[in-house]
Design a protein around this ligand. Sequence first.
Ligand code: FPP
Length: 236
Amino acid sequence: MKKKPFHIAIIMDGNGRWAQKRGKSRIIGHRYGALSLKKIINFSIKKKINILTLYAFSTENWSRPYLEVLELMKLFTFSIKNFMYELHEKNVCVNIIGDRKKLSKNLVFYINKIEFLTKNNKGLILNIAINYSGKWDLVNCVKKIYFLIKKKKIKINDINENFVNNNLCLSNLPDIDLLIRTGGEKRISNFFLWKIAYSELFFTDILWPDFSSEDFLNILNNFSKRNRRFGKIFFS
Ligand code: FPP
């Protein structure tokens, strides 16, 4: 691969439609989605991708049917509990981002456990967004800055792009180079807003449970041919 994206984000969409097409319940689609995710994580490790950030559950997803939300939360807990040692052995550093206040004690327990277990790992950085949204992140950031000003810890002129970035989720990581959305929709759905300012966007009709390593590789190859100008003009 010529130019490899350093930070890749994925909106894993299409689980429900994948299941409905097969006459199965939506949660079956999410379970197959989790298998697809495992495959893509292993492929990212093999390809030495630096950072992978995944949208698993948005702040808006609570408005789905109660049983679907319940099953999704169980799936997150199960997956974290069962794959944490495998991810640790593979040197993956796992971070779960989003508002934990609404998550069950059991899920938060395993989130804390996987983060503690893998925190010193130096391989793939894997960020999973659960109860996250870009707007929630920005509102949090504004609140933090308000308190810093109120306590006279900073002055208004201290606020610049770096300062805002430092008060958002994943502040220690670079912006997203490549954002992929599966499932045919062409929107951001309140995922990262700040960190996608100059991301390359890829939308594919493939439903997430069908998304294969080959599909991923095709997108990576396509990315390497894109001319990223960041608003500048390059003369040859
Ligand atoms: C969107 O598809 C998918 C989700 C809201 C859940 C994503 C969850 C997984 C991929 C499961 C594994 C995750 C972890 C972290 C273990 P959708 O249900 O909106 O699909 P649709 O658009 O076809 O209805």
